[in-house]
Design a protein around this ligand. Structure first.
Ligand code: SAM
Length: 228
């Protein structure tokens, strides 16, 4: 089966077997062109992307909380002779499954499972640290706030470069070993916190001044602000 046929005849696995909320054709095309047989891949969520990765003969881990979706996809693949021998299904919410995954070096990760806070961030954290240097992570639904924050974060983070952009999907390449830095070394977090930190310090200074607490104020000015 080729990509056009997969897009024309997708597995209808979502919403009780009535819909498929699939990746758009362009990011699916990226997966189709980029992923090589034998790559180690993982995705949160299940759907057309899962069938595409099975067809590409990746060693693939698919994480979804829905056994029904897995059964529908298995039936779809059986009816079309799509081999699933290299696909492993983990039936669990990804926030429970990803911390316990083996330390396999992944070539490609798709984040398209739960979109509520903080699920995409956990997916990125636990699957990203299993990527090999040079590996790719695709983030779908970047119009949802969680996806957008993740993209904005990686955009500024050292060790990640934007590989491809689509209207609702972005692909990053990890160019250095995965690192979880503290907030002050994360350009997005430090940059977005700059003014709120200044305001908080100003407000605290004003409270201390109003109280006549000049030693507290002095400590604050010399960066030893008391809490409260
Ligand atoms: C937008 S669909 C995935 C579409 C798929 N990538 C495709 O191309 O067809 C979202 C999927 O995420 C799954 N999902 C929802 N919450 C999840 C969670 N917490 N962990 C993993 N998967 C989740 C849903 O069951 C559904 O399969």
């Amino acid at each position: 089966m080729d990509l056009d046929r997969l897009i024309d005849d997708p597995p209808i696995v979502h919403a009780g077997g009535t819909h498929v909320w699939a990746l758009r054709p362009e990011p699916l095309g990226f997966i189709w062109d980029m992923v090589q047989p034998g790559w180690n891949t993982a995705e949160t969520g299940l759907g057309v992307s899962t069938a595409a990765l099975a067809l590409k003969r990746a060693h693939h881990t698919c994480i979804t909380p829905s056994q029904e979706e897995v059964t529908r996809l298995q039936e779809y693949c059986a009816a079309r002779a799509i081999a699933l021998d290299r696909v492993r299904f983990l039936v669990a919410p990804s926030q429970d499954a990803v911390p316990a995954l083996p330390q396999t070096e992944l070539d490609f990760v798709l984040i398209d499972g739960g979109h509520g806070f903080p699920v995409p961030f956990l997916d990125w954290f636990y699957l990203g640290r299993r990527l090999k240097v040079g590996g790719l992570v695709m983030i779908d639904d970047t119009h949802v706030w969680t996806g957008k924050v993740l993209v904005d974060f990686l955009e500024r983070e050292p060790g990640w470069t934007r590989e491809r952009s689509y209207p609702r999907t972005v692909v990053f390449r990890m160019t250095a070993p995965f690192q979880a830095r503290d907030w002050s070394a994360q350009p997005l977090v430090a940059g977005r916190s700059r003014w709120s930190i200044r305001w908080a310090n100003l407000a605290l200074g004003a409270r201390l001044l109003a109280r006549g607490d000049f030693s507290g104020l002095w400590a604050g000015m010399t960066k030893r602000l008391p809490k409260g």
